[in-house]
Design a protein around this ligand. Structure first.
Ligand SMILES: C[S@@+](CC[C@H](N)C(=O)[O-])C[C@H]1O[C@@H](n2cnc3c(N)ncnc32)[C@H](O)[C@@H]1O
Length: 234
């Protein structure tokens, strides 16, 4: 099956208006609002003060600590990792032990102790690179914060996001050790309930979380699936 979809691109760090063609006045207004909101955001300030690459790291911190997801020595895969806040936080939390493999369609400045693959997760060759890097080792924790470039049009954005989520679930199906955990960003809307149902068939416990650092107006939530059942269950 072809994994790639040529029509979608991946990027979530620009103001939402950067990807869509809008009249100049509208575009500059929403860009300005985004920049104002971004630089007055307490999590952005905290990340800058603490030397973390993204405010997203605080979402992961809350999610991981609440459910004690991380232990030294784990093999962790971080999908949609750039600019690197999650990988950085995981690496710091595990100290020198374990392994962190990160992947993103965007380039990411290197992080000590993190193996990075630059490529589109939808492409078979990129998946093959990731699998080669794992070299047959089972994964303890799969993280996916992947998000496509949002156009603001749900009918376009949600299928793109869901396609990435489905590929991440397939990856977790194949590479998580039995009992392992999968944490994924999802957007509420078409396909969400079916996706969560599919997770429940594969894991003993599935919860939906909205961490404090996740913006209230965003439809993003995180599904945490723990206790991967044997492969036949999925
Ligand atoms: C919200 S950001 C991740 C932030 C990251 N967790 C952090 O803490 O720095 C979402 C990421 O998903 C990536 N992405 C989107 N589509 C992708 C794809 N097809 N393959 C790989 N990465 C993709 C984007 O490039 C972007 O860096």
């Amino acid at each position: 099956m072809a994994r790639n979809r040529p029509d979608s691109s991946g990027f979530c760090l620009l103001p939402p208006s950067a990807s869509v063609i809008l009249p100049m006045a509208t575009r500059s207004k929403s860009s300005q609002r985004w920049l104002k909101e971004h630089f007055s955001d307490p999590y952005v300030k905290k990340a800058q003060a603490e030397g973390l690459r993204s405010r997203a790291a605080y979402k992961l911190e809350e999610l991981v600590e609440r459910d004690r997801l991380l232990k030294p020595g784990m093999v962790v895969v971080d999908l949609g990792a750039a600019p690197g806040g999650w990988s950085q936080w995981v690496r710091q939390s595990m100290g020198d032990s374990g392994r962190v493999v990160a992947l993103d369609i965007l380039e990411m400045p290197s992080l000590a102790g993190v193996d990075f693959i630059h490529g589109d997760f939808r492409e078979d060759e990129v998946l093959a690179q990731l699998e080669a890097m794992l070299n047959g080792h089972a994964v303890d924790l799969v993280l996916s914060d992947m998000a496509p470039n949002m156009s603001g049009v749900d009918a376009v954005d949600l299928p793109r996001a869901m396609h990435l989520a489905e590929l991440a679930m397939e990856f977790a199906d194949r590479h998580l050790r039995p009992g392992g955990a999968f944490l994924i960003k999802l957007f509420q809307g078409v396909g969400f309930d079916d996706y969560v149902r599919a997770l429940r068939k594969r894991y003993t416990r599935v919860v939906i979380r909205k961490p404090a650092a996740s913006r209230k107006r965003s439809t993003e939530v995180y599904a945490l699936a723990q206790g991967r059942l044997p492969a036949s269950a999925g």
